[in-house]
Unconditional design. Structure first.
Length: 252
């Protein structure tokens, strides 16, 4: 895979990647990549510039995004290709003898993109940062020793216990399977179904708690694949979650 990087001829000389090059990275249609860039931009997640390339055919409008925003675009299109993008950036940096700080900053961009796209819990984000520090041979002493995962509005000063949907439904005798429960939660906007590509190239689906659902649970990073989340639910708010979905009627 050959990714050609360009530098905009502007006053800040910002290094960017084009929508055509991103399409090549993720093996996607160029128009699909452009639509994704437009959508992310409309949500205020990224910014982009555009140029018109003239060839033998019709002029082609091409979008350009900076390094950090290229990770967000690729994470949205096909998270499994993010590693290839990081590898290519590292190869280019190596040619110019980058500092450890520059490499670390690159990894942080990826971590930030993953955290924002997957709504990762603070503990999962901390774990990711610790791994990044280890990979780059840096000390993680400046990072907090631990983080507090708790429901929004909680007054506890320590992390609250969580469990999987299967365990929670069993403990509360909800009388519904985890699979049916997940579908019910999706109708209430508590979770959403995302996809990623497996190592064999097949599409793999998984559930991720939405921003609206973070009052009831947290997203853990799957230890087998960081591009996938595992939903865990706070014990202290699980009854309210069951009530919110109509599975339990709260006493008047």
């Amino acid at each position: 895979m050959n990714i050609n990087l360009r530098t905009d001829l502007s006053t800040d000389q910002t290094l960017t990647m084009s929508s055509r090059e991103i399409a090549d990275v993720v093996s996607s249609r160029h128009d699909s990549v452009k639509r994704t860039i437009e959508t992310l931009s409309s949500k205020g997640l990224i910014t982009f510039t555009q140029t018109v390339e003239k060839g033998t055919g019709r002029p082609l409008t091409v979008y350009h995004v900076n390094e950090e925003h290229s990770y967000i675009v690729v994470a949205q299109l096909s998270p499994e290709f993010t590693a290839a993008l990081v590898k290519r950036w590292k190869e280019l940096e190596t040619k110019t003898s980058p500092s450890i700080a520059q490499k670390f900053e690159l990894e942080l961009m990826l971590a930030k993109a993953a955290t924002e796209m997957l709504h990762l819990s603070e503990s999962s984000t901390l774990s990711m940062l610790q791994r990044i520090a280890e990979i780059n041979g840096l000390s993680s002493a400046s990072l907090p020793a631990y983080t507090v995962d708790k429901p929004i509005g909680s007054t506890f000063d320590s992390s609250e216990p969580t469990f999987s949907a299967t365990q929670g439904l069993k403990e509360f005798n909800a009388g519904i399977s985890a699979s049916a429960f997940n579908k019910l939660l999706a109708t209430h906007g508590i979770i959403t179904q995302l996809t990623r590509k497996s190592s064999s190239g097949k599409e793999k689906k998984f559930w991720s708690i939405t921003e609206h659902g973070l009052r009831y649970g947290k997203n853990l990073s799957n230890p087998r694949n960081q591009n996938e989340t595992q939903a865990h639910w706070y014990r202290s708010t699980f009854y309210q979650l069951l009530s919110h979905t109509g599975l339990i009627q709260e006493a008047a």
